[in-house]
Design a protein around this ligand. Structure first.
Ligand code: ADP
Length: 396
């Protein structure tokens, strides 16, 4: 069975065509600058890269181009469109309506539109992607896989904020959590690596990338997570602030005469690694600057590591124990120094990093010292494969 995985952003579209027999990526690519001058499709198959530059006014045209590329006699991988058994779509927000992936029908589309209020920047693009695929691939079932669904298992005490209850009822103000597909994927891989049933395990999965979240996974389900209603709480991120005292927000709005939109910009786009360091939002640049003695870059790294460590400790307490810490995403998979900094001080929990084993990037490996009670794992995430697996399961 071949599954097409689509991740639609407001002006971009990522795709992968995966053959579920052997879980092979047959082709993948990216459409950039949809609706903007300079649109570009980059298509990759078996080591071959093809770039197609042409006007791409909307997502339907983008998906048509992707289909043309997949069918191309020169760089395509399909003879016939009917070879695509299903399409799996990444959808950011499923609110409280979706605790698992679903086959899209009219009722699901209506529910997705209702969830758009919770993710106004993301869900509308995801919906456009689904509609375009339904029009162009009418025979393939469309499946929605949500970033939030994995976290719907959180208990009430973990997802409720201490705000007047009526706001939860009126506006759905609660913790939802994101990156669920990644946390789910790496927790399953962690159980395999540990050779133990997931149902027995207490894990803290640290997805540290441009956006970051840390999740407590107990018995294979999410019981708490650091992102909340929006995508800014928890540890600091590339440009997002992480946990701040909410009292700062009205204070700063008054002092700096900021509108709500300008305040949002500060919290989402000018903070985090970039705001603290003044160097960059990219961890590699900051590591390089810190190594050259830049004190604010050093500060940014230490805040990232400290907050991550604090969440690991908090979630070990929430679960009443810990079997493994799992590092994933750009920083988690690749940054030797950040993993080292995060783990420094966790020895009391039984988590001791082996500094030699930790000198790895992007490999599935256990980097704790031999015999340590709590294992420390590096697990490259693969959200596309997880989406394809869930899609195949639903339509298979
Ligand atoms: P996104 O959230 O956009 O998917 P990624 O998961 O790709 O982001 O993570 C991007 C982050 O990973 C950037 O901060 C980048 O600097 C960091 N990163 C990637 N490779 C390395 C590396 N070798 N060392 C340190 N950080 C890295």
């Amino acid at each position: 069975m071949k599954v097409l995985v689509i991740n639609c952003g407001s002006s971009s579209l990522k795709y992968q065509l995966i053959d579920m027999e052997g879980e092979q990526v047959l082709a993948k690519g990216l459409v950039e600058r949809i609706g903007i001058a300079g649109s570009l499709l980059t298509h990759r198959t078996n080591g071959q890269k093809t770039e197609i530059q042409q006007a791409i006014p909307d997502h339907k045209v983008a998906i048509q181009l992707v289909i043309d590329a997949l069918l191309s006699p020169q760089y395509g991988v399909l003879k016939n469109l009917s070879e695509i058994s299903a399409v799996g779509h990444r959808v950011v927000h499923g609110g409280e309506k979706f605790a698992r992936s679903v086959v899209v029908d009219a009722a699901v589309m209506a529910a997705l539109r209702e969830c758009s209020e919770l993710a106004p920047l993301h869900n509308p693009a995801n919906i456009i992607g689904i509609e375009a695929c339904r029009a162009l691939l009418p025979d393939a079932p469309q499946v929605a896989v949500f970033d939030t669904a994995f976290h719907q298992t959180m208990p009430r005490e973990a997802y409720m904020y201490g705000l007047p209850y009526e706001y939860y009822q009126k506006y759905g103000l609660r913790r939802y959590g994101f990156h669920g597909t990644s946390h789910k994927y790496v927790s399953r891989r962690a159980a395999k690596l540990l050779g133990r049933p997931l149902s027995e395990l207490k894990l803290v999965t640290c997805h540290l990338g441009n956006g970051s979240s840390i999740t407590a996974v107990q018995g294979g389900v999410s019981v708490d997570t650091s992102l909340g209603f929006g995508t800014i709480s928890g540890t600091i991120m590339g440009t997002r602030c992480g946990d701040v005292d909410p009292a700062i927000i009205p204070f700063l709005m008054e002092k700096e005469n900021l509108t709500p939109a300008a305040m949002n910009d500060v919290l989402y786009k000018k903070s985090g690694l970039l705001g603290l360091s003044g160097v960059s939002s990219d961890a590699r640049d900051i590591e390089a600057a810190a190594a050259e003695g830049n004190e604010r870059a050093e500060l940014a790294l230490s805040v990232l590591a400290y907050l991550t460590r604090k969440y690991i400790g908090a979630y070990a307490a929430a679960m009443g124990g810990l079997d493994a810490i799992v590092f994933t995403a750009g920083i988690g998979e690749n940054s030797i120094t950040i993993r080292e900094r995060v783990c420094a001080g966790l020895e009391f929990l039984g988590a001791k990093l082996d500094r030699e084993k930790n000198k790895v990037r992007g490999q599935e490996v256990d980097v704790a010292v031999a015999g340590a009670k709590v294992r420390i794992l590096v697990v490259p995430t693969n959200e596309e494969l997880m989406i394809a697996q869930e899609t195949a399961e639903l339509v298979g």
